[in-house]
Design a protein around this ligand. Structure first.
Ligand SMILES: *Cc1c(COP(=O)(O)O)cnc(C)c1O
Length: 344
């Protein structure tokens, strides 16, 4: 199977399997797992923050970050298409008593600037719940892997500071953004107060995410992580693979981006498909099936019979994601499979 459903299906590299088998271990809840400590030190340095914390998943990382920043009854300002809002089971509300206030996302992943100003308005009005934190997402999943450039992050950071609010970045695929921009990831993270990024997904570790920020932030998040059941013991088995993810797997994301561009370029030319290839900036390709004779479900089933997996993405949209497990030849085979399905 050529599995383009998500970069979450990536399997660990041989170096990761060695690292996790040989990791030096201790009890991380006591702060005594040397491999976790090494990963957290490395991660903090790579993203230019005082401290970092290994968490079980991106969802846990975002939740711990939001609960570290905000009190019960406070608002979280976030994009209408954000992963936190759509795909994290409402955790900040259900478990943290926070209120999600969405601001419309523009197609390029930014927040509608006028709507953001309105959301931040009248903070002293007793009718309004106070705001605890503002969130951005980079790359932006539901906006097709769109990249937010440093200048935009800086602009929102300035605005957040003017309001005395922290800015959190859901950077699950932040390294994809940095590679696409050909910038050190610190050019992105310097404009946010906290960040979450996934070691799984494109970086191909089997488990784990990291959150990073100030010492104060990470100390609070560590307590929330414990409360959420995310204090793990000999977590160095995870961290060992995570260190390989950060040291060996970042630069190769460019290959995934090239494969995604090739896929988008080929699909865009096919009858039955609507796709703007210039919008594909990283490893995510979202397209629309415009032939009413075939439903997305029929399309995906027929594609599966050809040995290719893609994912439905709501309405008539389909998503394909390139990753460590996919070669350029497999992309060409996937293109041929789509052509066969739509032509047949
Ligand atoms: C995958 C993802 C997450 C959550 O990560 P999990 O490890 O799957 O919980 C958060 N934000 C974005 C943008 C993601 O793509």
């Amino acid at each position: 199977m050529i599995d383009l459903r998500s970069d979450t299906v990536t399997l660990p590299s041989p170096a990761m399997r060695t690292a996790l088998a040989q990791a030096e271990l201790g009890d991380d809840v006591y702060g005594e797992d040397p491999t976790v400590n090494r990963l957290e030190t490395l991660a903090a340095e790579m993203v230019g923050k005082e401290a970092a914390l290994l968490v079980a998943s991106g969802t846990m990382g975002n939740l711990a970050a939001l609960l570290a920043h905000a009190e019960r009854g406070q608002r979280v300002i976030l994009g209408s298409e954000s992963h936190i809002y759509h795909y994290e089971a409402g955790g900040a509300s259900a478990l943290g008593g926070l209120i999600y206030q969405t601001v419309p996302n523009l197609p390029d992943g930014r927040l509608d600037p006028v709507a953001l100003q309105v959301a931040l308005g009248w903070p002293e009005d007793v009718h309004r719940a106070p705001i605890g934190v503002i969130c951005l997402e980079n790359t932006h999943n539901r906006c097709g892997g769109a990249v937010l450039p440093p200048a935009y992050l800086e602009q929102v950071h300035t605005l957040a500071r003017q309001h005395g609010l922290p800015l959190h970045l859901d950077g699950a695929r932040m390294f994809n953004a940095a590679v696409a921009l050909n910038l050190d990831v610190r050019e992105l993270t310097r404009h946010v107060d906290s960040v979450q990024f996934c070691l799984s997904k494109g970086l191909s570790a089997p488990v784990g995410s990291v959150i990073a920020g100030s010492h104060t932030f990470v100390n609070r998040a560590r307590r929330v992580r414990k409360m959420l059941g995310g204090g793990m013991r000999q977590a160095g088995v995870i961290a060992g693979a995570g260190i390989v993810a950060l040291t060996e797997m970042v630069a190769r994301l460019a290959e995934d981006h090239a494969n995604a561009r090739m896929l988008a370029g080929e699909l865009a030319g096919m009858p039955g498909i609507t796709l703007e290839p210039e919008r594909v900036q990283t490893n995510i390709v979202i397209f629309e099936l415009n032939d009413p004779a075939i439903t997305p479900k029929q399309f995906l089933t027929a594609l599966r019979e050809q040995g290719v997996l893609m994912g439905g993405f709501g309405g008539r949209q389909v998503r394909a994601v390139t990753h460590y497990g996919i070669t350029a030849d497999e992309v060409r085979a996937a293109v041929a499979a789509v052509r066969a399905v739509l032509g047949g």
